[in-house]
Design a protein around this ligand. Structure first.
Ligand code: ADP
Ligand code: MG
Length: 594
């Protein structure tokens, strides 16, 4: 039998230690809270130092507005905050902090020192607290701003100390936290010192691009496209990766909601949707997205560390993110006119198409495949593709292209096409490229109901499984819309007397079986729109030049030109890359020329 116990209110000290667990679980979370405080204080420079993965020391020093003595003392009390006054303020929080918990929590589980000075004070203040017990407040001469030093985290809570990982792991978390905040605030100068060594020293007043360059190196930006889109109350800006530059996890997806690093399941979903058909399954893009919306439409008070947020109008947020990404990834400049969304595209690195295709005179022509079945429209006018011909005039000069000009160098490994562009070289997979071209062409036809049918000499009868037959029966109009001549013969049998001309070489039976299958899988995910896309993608794959087909120069030229005019030239409809770009810069580095 357990002994009967009486209820007792916990001493403040104990309550603080328990509550501390909510916001402070490792050095990185301390850093996050301290950085948020420094940012809320309007700092333009923040310097961070950690020792031993932050277990020995996390120190954050800022030049923000600081505190007068009374506030400095109060700031370490629980629920003491200058950021909200009453409950209504929670509805429209504009600062990063507001719970007034962090400093009290941190001070209760460490040896804590706060040094601060404000313009309103004659002299600065130093506050020392050990394990939640204030033991010293003194005058301290220092410039306007605040420094918080947190030493020996969990020295008085062995149970929690046990959960700290190796220095290395904690240091990685600290770095991630630092990077996230640095990305959120390129305007603020920031530095990070680890065990006495300076790891980052980031200039203030930077743009997002400049900050990314400082954090991730020079070439990273090359793989990013600007995002700028708003619809209704929601605005999405930032940078997002070219499809060929994907990752296996979401580690490089940085999302900020009203300046606060945050996550929500619907955002991850929207990001994947934005890249629908552009990435293979299980690949993730790299994104740097800033979502802005009126504070009353987001609830950040869901989670103690404010990492998860809730939206009042989740669908609006989701749809705007999808549209923003789609329009960033779309080469076509008309993209902004499609939705009601107002697109504010930033000036692009690639401006005017000046596609100059030239081949090397000595470049041998690889065995021609110009037979009747060739999927290429053979140019009738042989001079049309003469070397050095600037073909820019034949296109609208507002159109954009992945390269300003390119020169075909040749084909390698009996497969890859090598192109030289203005600042690097591109390896192109002709099969994937052709799939993309055909996919877009077919899709346009399908959407404009302009699909050509080709009558079969002999109508084919196809018997399906009862399930597949049911699916096909339900979607007969979709089939006819895509150029199928199909009729229900009864008993799960269908008669096909015409095929869409882009499927014409395939067998009606295989086709019907495959499409019935894609109808099933796509139907589970997104309905007819998806299904149509999927079957057109399949068709494109079936019809595209085979990977090992030898191409002649004219065919390569046509591929390159057609691809550069695609809306989303960077991947095939199943998300595999069509081209891989390497900059001369990167080459120079590899050759140790830099
Ligand atoms: P919150 O940030 O939720 O208000 P904290 O416990 O993190 O709660 O901080 C308590 C208060 O201390 C803040 O509201 C702010 O007034 C003050 N404060 C904390 N850090 C700083 C800083 N770096 N510069 C100026 N004031 C600070
Ligand atoms: Mg705070």
């Amino acid at each position: 039998m357990t002994q009967k116990r009486h209820i007792a209110v916990l001493p403040v000290n104990v309550a603080n230690k328990i509550a501390a667990g909510e916001v402070v679980d490792r050095p990185a979370s301390i850093l996050k809270e301290l950085l948020e405080n420094s940012l809320d204080a309007g700092s333009s420079q923040i310097d961070v130092e950690i020792v031993s993965g932050g277990r020995k020391l996390v120190s954050v020093s800022d030049n923000g507005y600081g505190m007068i003595r009374d506030d400095a003392i109060l700031s370490t009390e629980r629920q003491a905050t200058s950021k909200i006054k009453d409950v209504d303020d929670i509805e429209k929080i504009a600062t990063l902090g507001f719970r007034g918990e962090a400093l009290a929590a941190i001070a209760s589980v460490s040896r804590f020192r706060l040094i601060t000075n404000s313009d309103d004070a004659d002299v600065g203040t130093e506050v020392r607290i050990t394990g939640g017990k204030m033991y010293d407040v003194a005058d301290f001469g220092c410039p306007t701003g605040t420094t918080v030093e947190v030493r020996d985290i969990f020295f008085n809570v062995p149970a929690r100390r046990k959960f700290l990982r190796t220095y290395q792991t904690e240091q990685t978390h600290v770095r991630t936290t630092f990077i996230v905040q640095a990305l959120a605030h390129p305007e603020v100068g920031m530095s990070l010192k680890v065990d006495g060594r300076e790891l980052y020293c980031l200039a203030g007043k930077s743009t997002l691009e400049e900050r990314i360059r400082e954090l991730f190196g020079h070439d990273y930006n090359k793989n990013l496209l600007p995002v700028s889109f708003s619809e209704g109350d929601v605005k999405v800006t930032g940078l997002t990766s070219l499809p060929a530059f994907s990752r296996s996890d979401r580690a490089e997806q940085y999302v900020f909601i009203n300046g606060r690093a945050a996550s929500a399941a619907l955002i991850s979903f929207a990001i994947r949707e934005g890249y629908h058909r552009l990435l293979p399954e299980r690949r993730q893009p790299c994104v740097f997205l800033f979502i802005e919306l009126p504070p009353e439409l987001v609830d950040v008070n869901v989670h103690p560390t404010k990492k998860e947020v809730r939206f009042r109008k989740p669908n609006d947020v989701r749809d705007t993110i999808i549209s923003a990404l789609k329009s960033a990834l779309t080469i076509d400049e008309g993209a902004g006119d499609r939705g009601q969304g107002t697109e504010e595209r930033q000036p692009e690195p690639v401006i005017h198409r000046q596609l100059i295709i030239q081949d090397l005179p000595e470049m041998p022509v690889i065995s021609a495949t110009a037979d009747a079945n060739s999927v290429f429209d053979q140019p009738t006018d042989q001079d049309h593709w003469a070397p050095d011909r600037d073909v820019s005039e034949s296109q609208s000069d507002t159109a954009k292209s992945p390269w300003r000009f390119c020169r075909i160098v040749g084909q390698m490994g009996g497969l890859y096409v090598v192109l030289e562009t203005e600042d690097g070289y591109v390896m192109m997979d002709p099969h994937a490229a052709h799939e993309r071209i055909l996919f877009e062409k077919f899709m346009t036809d399908v959407l404009n109901s302009a699909v050509q049918s080709q009558n079969l000499l002999m109508p084919e009868t196809v018997k399906l499984t009862p399930k597949d037959a049911q699916r096909v029966r339900k979607n007969l109009t979709l089939f006819t819309g895509m150029g199928f001549g199909i009729s229900d013969f009864g008993g799960d049998t269908f008669v096909i007397d015409a095929l869409p001309s882009f499927f014409a070489t395939a067998s009606a039976e295989t086709l019907l079986n495959e499409i019935a299958h894609s109808l099933d899988t796509a139907g589970k995910r997104g309905g007819t729109e998806r299904w149509r896309e999927e079957s057109v993608a399949q068709a494109a794959c079936k019809t595209a030049v085979k990977a090992r087909d030898k191409l002649n120069m004219k065919e390569i030229e046509k591929l390159v030109l057609d691809l550069s005019q695609c809306e989303m030239p960077y991947t095939c409809p199943h998300g595999r890359p069509t081209m891989i770009y390497t900059s001369f810069k990167e080459l120079n580095r590899k050759f140790a020329r830099e």
